[in-house]
Design a protein around this ligand. Sequence first.
Ligand code: BGC
Length: 751
Amino acid sequence: MADESAPVEPRDLTLEQKASLTSGADFWHLQDVAEAGIPGAMVADGPHGLRKQPATADPIGIGSSLPATCFPPAVALASSWDPDLVHRVGQALGREARAEQVSVLLGPGVNIKRSPLCGRNFEYFSEDPFLAGRIGAAFVRGVQSQGVGASLKHFAANNQETDRFRVSADVDERTLREIYLPAFEYVVKNAHPYTVMSAYNKLNGTYTSEHRWLLTEVLREEWGFDGLVVSDWGAVNDRVLSLAAGLDVEMPPSGRDHLVVEAVRDGRLDESLLDAAVRRVLALLEATEDVRTGRHPAPDFDAHHALAREAAACGAVLLKNDGDLLPLSASDGRRVAVIGEFARTPRFQGGGSSHVVPTRVDDALTAITAAAGAERVVFAAGFTLDGEPDQALVDEAVAAARGADVAVLLLGLPQTAESEGYDREHIDLPADQLALLEAVHAANPATVVVLSNGSVVSVAEWREHAQAVLEGWLLGQAGGAAVADILFGGAEPSGRLTETIPLRLADNPAHMFFPGGEQHVRYAEGIYLGYRYYDTGDRPVAYPFGFGLGYTRFELGGLSVEPEGDNAFAVSVEVTNTGARPGAQVVQVYVHDAESSVDRPEHELKGFAKVRLEPGESTRVTVHLDERAFAYWSLLENRWKVEPGDVEIRVGTSCRDLDLRCRARVAGNPAPGALDAMSTVAEWLQDAIGADLLLPVLAEHAAADREITPQLQKLMEGLPVNKLATFMGLPAGRLDELALARSISSRPVDC
Ligand code: BGC
């Protein structure tokens, strides 16, 4: 008789039962096997709020889920540059999921914002993989602290919506490793998500859901992922190929489990691969058992709303504030014209599978009225949400602005402009809104623009019509209150850009290749994405990556760089709040490779820290740079390579404001045994053992033959060592011995 208390093993199950566990039971549930005592489990979207469909709802029906807190979507959450805050939001999401017995929350999305046009950019964190990884890891840790699993998505190179079910992202390996994979890698290695979700698209011609290199070699074997890989919804095209590649569960089920059974029976699929997938399903069920069976308190929705408000205020980015127009005073009696339909009909989240039914919604008009007093506030809608020009609304808004001391305009993209499922065609605000802005500004130059948009909009052609600009992104259900908090100084704006705002869409390096055609998109810009391109090519931008103003002033100084090993440093800097208000600053650390044998971006973000300081307060901030901060992906050596030589560590408050600089030397991380007779003299000399072997030979040659002038030395450095015989007359036999000696001395000691 089977021992009922022993955990179920694949060997306890029939082939059919095992196959059934590798696809869902329905749209939102994993398959149970009641006869074997295996329960099902519920999963739900994500990322910025729980989208749990009641059993009666149409499974794809957006907008029919249970009310849940709509936190700021990823675009705003990441703009906080605050992993602690993101962790707290993750915890709250976990609590809401747990209370609804949802075992896995389908998020976060850590795909890179390759083009501003991607319809799902609002669901992603950044154009920078380092930042996306740190924010993503905090999110996952927060969710999983409540026993609920996260699902890291969409793995990988899913950077557009156009043709998303078929398109092949054609990306060279260095670009993949340096730009499109590191956020996944960091989260997997540091936050251990219970699940990873494959993407719809192909990667270099193979569906990511069938991509063995991606799902098994990289994800599991290199990064050590031991969780479950689930397909994006409908991303499986071939059940057997997917399983063989390392995808464990198809969601939702396609009714093709019999193909798995047949493939095992006729030997096309190794049963051990099916067993491995089953084991991962069982492990996930075990890890989330408490979510299904425990008694969990109802979430404190008031507290979560307050957290959503705090997060929203931290994610808005103040782009412009001429003459310190902001913050407005809550008590000076000055009249405020609040203009724009978004003030009373807020746009606070994006469209598609992440769409949450909020527990409540704060609008900015109500919040501003509460802050300033009804007698000071006049409202004019200014425009309609359908974008149809309406002169009467403009006239009304102009009159309101003229009669007020300051005009606050809430502009932005209509809901239909950006969504999952399609990409944008341009990055402009609707023309009727821009005409309104111009007219309002002419009537009252004390004009503040507050933006609602999920991905960048161009600002260059209209920012002169605003004295202050607050990029509000999509701020979640408490965004309206958070905007009022910032406008009246109840909260300090501390968001920083996680993506460059270009002057023009055409400046974007991926623009020419986006979104591709004939089912292929070529990532021809390579690693030169976002600020990596703008800064390397010295191109003007509207606002750089990392930028954001506050209401107080900060000074950074006293940079110190202390070695912490051969290729690691502690970078510390003194930050002082020199202004009159409390505030937060994001200290950003970038690395510039001063001596490199391959092309590198001008600099790359490798560390950051957010600090909050009272007026006059100072603190020393330390950021640790490890070996990876200096590495590039070597295609030749198939590894993260650090070349010996000088680097410059740059510290500041955006990628264009890096006045604190310090040169340092990294020792490099030579690969054992990587040198051979075709390695160049320079490569031999960079290698400690190689240098010890080669230098005496060169010295003998110099003594015996002729002087090695600096010019000759330069020429020699590029020569493969075995060519020294041909061109420099070195004895060929000595050089052969050398290559052999290097390979012997690098063998691991095996005693
Ligand atoms: C989206 C995923 C989402 C899933 C379930 C897919 O269309 O790409 O992000 O989690 O649907 O709704």
